[in-house]
Design a protein around this ligand. Structure first.
Ligand code: GN1
Ligand code: MG
Length: 375
């Protein structure tokens, strides 16, 4: 997709030492383009992470990078204060030669350069339950670290990002305009959303009346946004900080379950493989409560199963909306990719509904055991 020459000419604008050797694309994300770039510094290999920011999604790069800068420096200070290794446990952006946080090229593409976390990897599925416990603990810890972050310093990089009711209205608008004539084949999917419409307003409603506190949250807690240590297999660093914004702890919890506790991939074509793994659900609840439990109000804990359902429904509605719009938001790798993703999400919602009582019991027991409180 990019040539060596092109990448080299972009990198020439950043204040880094050595000679550029090569790059490798990292294909995980649905929004930005991410590349590992390799340099030769006096005979030693040095890597950085180069990203092209999708400015159709993140419309204001200055505000986006101001957020990222504030959050990463804040986390870095905390990590240093607690005796951690800030080179590996925190991200930081390397400035351009003119001291800016990003570089805009002649075609107005926006690029930024991060430190590369050595000896780490990301995963798209869970190979042992303990890993998911650790993932829950890491995202809970991330939230705890940001608990005293000055929330009004943050710009809302994507307004209403997890406003599920607004996502529902966006779907209704897409159905009404139907630019690709796809709606006629989607009556089942649309009915599925319509039947759950009233639930899409629950979390925002409870926030407005003060039952749920606004916190600084990550908002994109997919398993592959954690870097794990290759040697110890423990989480090292949370990445993809573009959507760190004021939000609900439930957004972070629910989205992590949506992706990590699914027995199938987000884009599995055979939906009979899709289900909610209750064992993994339990592991994540326990990990999350271990690090964040004490600071949560009981309403947040009570709604953990509901948030898993809502974040999955919301994501499914977003894939469906994008399919109807003609695949303009998420990257796709084949024509019906967004529809396939929508089907897996809705199948998972249906399975969560079947297992809801059990999820509630697991949550109650874990809360009692870990935080000594009853719901
Ligand atoms: C996008 O970029 P990536 O793949 O981490 C999306 C998330 C969705 C996710 C679905 C800014 O995340 O909200 O949950 O795809 N990010 C944005 O896999 O829209
Ligand atoms: Mg990501």
């Amino acid at each position: 997709m990019f040539t060596n020459e092109e990448i080299k000419s972009i990198l020439d604008n950043f204040a880094i030492a050595g000679e550029f050797i090569e790059f490798y694309p990292i294909d995980d994300g649905h929004i930005n383009d991410t590349l590992t770039v390799v340099y030769n510094v006096e005979g030693m290999e040095m890597r950085h992470l180069l990203q092209r920011i999708n400015t159709a999604v993140f419309k204001n790069p200055d505000q986006l990078m101001a957020n990222v800068d504030c959050v990463t420096s804040f986390l870095r200070d905390k990590i240093i204060a607690s005796g951690g290794d800030s080179e590996r446990e925190a991200l930081y952006c390397k400035p351009t030669r003119t001291g800016k946080k990003y570089f805009a090229d002649a075609e107005n593409r926006v690029w930024r350069l991060y430190n590369f976390v050595e000896n780490s990897f990301s995963r798209n599925s869970i190979d042992s339950p303990e890993i998911f416990f650790n993932a829950g603990k890491a995202f809970g810890e991330f939230q705890r670290q940001l608990a005293d972050f000055p929330i009004d310093k943050l710009y809302e990089t994507i307004p209403d990002f997890h406003n599920t009711g607004k996502r529902y209205r966006n779907l209704v608008n897409a159905i009404a305009s139907d630019p690709k004539g796809r709606v006629k084949h989607l009556s089942e999917e649309i009915d599925f959303c319509r039947e759950r419409r009233d639930e899409t307003y629950v979390l925002t409603g409870k926030t407005v009346i003060g039952d749920l506190p606004l916190r600084v949250t990550h908002n994109d807690t997919k398993l592959n946004n954690i870097l794990f240590d290759k040697t110890t297999d423990e989480p090292v660093c949370i990445v993809d900080l573009d959507t760190v914004m004021p939000g609900l702890s439930l957004y972070d919890f629910g989205d992590a379950i949506r992706f990590g506790a699914n027995t199938a991939a987000e884009d599995e074509k055979d939906i009979s493989k899709v289900s909610l793994d209750l064992g993994l659900y339990e592991q994540y609840v326990r990990g999350f409560l271990t690090s964040a439990g004490k600071s949560l109000v009981s309403e947040e804990v009570r709604l953990l199963p509901f948030s898993a359902k809502m974040m999955t429904l919301e994501c499914g509605m977003r894939f469906l909306t994008d399919y109807i719009d003609g695949d303009v938001y998420f990257k796709i790798h084949y024509p019906d990719h967004n529809l396939v993703r929508c089907h897996t999400q809705f199948a998972l919602v249906a399975d969560i509904e079947r297992k809801y009582d059990e999820m509630m019991k697991i949550t109650e027991n874990a809360y009692k055991e870990i935080c000594g409180k009853t719901l």
